[in-house]
Write a protein that binds this ligand. Structure first.
Ligand SMILES: [Zn+2]
Ligand SMILES: [Zn+2]
Length: 260
């Protein structure tokens, strides 16, 4: 099973056209965060997703389901979603399924089938993938949820965006022994940043790892990755990777593919 980080940046992403990187992905010029599982399940649909899919070699018309973590503009772009819906309808005559938190009020987009997810309830997609939304500690006006995705007996946690864990989410994840845990790490390796209650930093993640192990959210087989790195709050990819690997933390980059 293939998991690909399409974009790994935060809201301060640098436009690709500005950097001359229209035709390639880069480890330091990060596009808005999104990811794809296999060929059809898209996690977030921001302003760069069509470019990222094209450059990474994915067929956008093959996407059947889009899961949204929240409605900040780096994670949700109505134009991108509308294009994906149109491709799905033109090529396959089917509606794109769009999964959002139960109380979210998305813009009216033609050609999509909206599925509202009750927090803590598991839904099965047509291809057998099971998805659960869990409350995230992030600005609540954009209906944030972390995503637990289960497929072929593998469990993936995609925690964009959010700082620390809310109690119910933490309890839900206990003993899950995730195969892959992907955490928001907007902030780099320093103390004193003001975003404490909406995003994680590298020191916060360091602090969390032993506790995550204690309660069985992760164990020795779990692969721990960070994504959603703010361009202006982190060192270069190479420096960040060197710092993080000492603690067993892997640093995502645009186009990074994981085999599960
Ligand atoms: Zn974000
Ligand atoms: Zn956000």
């Amino acid at each position: 099973m293939k998991f690909c980080f399409l974009g790994t940046g935060a809201a301060d992403y640098q436009p690709a056209w500005y950097t001359g990187l229209e035709e390639r992905l880069d480890r330091d010029v990060r596009r808005a965060s999104s990811a794809i599982l296999e060929k059809n399940l898209l996690l977030d649909c921001g302003p760069h997703v069509l470019d990222c899919l094209r450059i990474a070699g994915y067929d956008p018309a093959a996407i059947t389901d889009v899961l949204i973590t929240h409605f900040h503009s780096d994670h949700f772009n109505a134009g991108s979603l509308e294009t994906l819906a149109k491709l799905s309808a033109d090529r396959h005559g089917r509606q794109l399924r769009f999964w959002v938190r139960e109380d979210a009020v998305p813009k009216d987009i033609p050609g999509i089938e909206v599925h509202r997810m009750k927090i803590g309830q598991t839904y099965e997609l047509e291809d057998g993938t099971r998805v659960t939304g869990l409350l995230a500690n992030h600005q609540q006006e954009v209906w944030p949820q972390h995503l637990l995705v289960e497929k072929e007996h593998k469990k993936i946690f995609y925690g964009m965006d959010g700082g620390w864990f809310l109690t119910d989410t933490y309890n839900y994840l206990r003993d899950q022994k995730l195969d892959l845990m992907i955490l928001d790490c907007t902030v780099g390796d320093y103390l004193g940043d003001y975003r404490l209650a909406v995003h994680n930093s590298i020191p916060m993640i360091r602090l969390m790892i032993p506790s995550l192990k204690t309660v069985g959210i992760i164990d020795e087989h779990t692969r721990l990755w960070i994504s959603h790195l703010a361009r202006t709050l982190h060192a270069s990819f190479d420096e960040t990777e060197e710092i993080c690997l000492k603690d067993g933390i892997h640093v995502a980059y645009d186009g990074c593919v994981l085999e599960l």
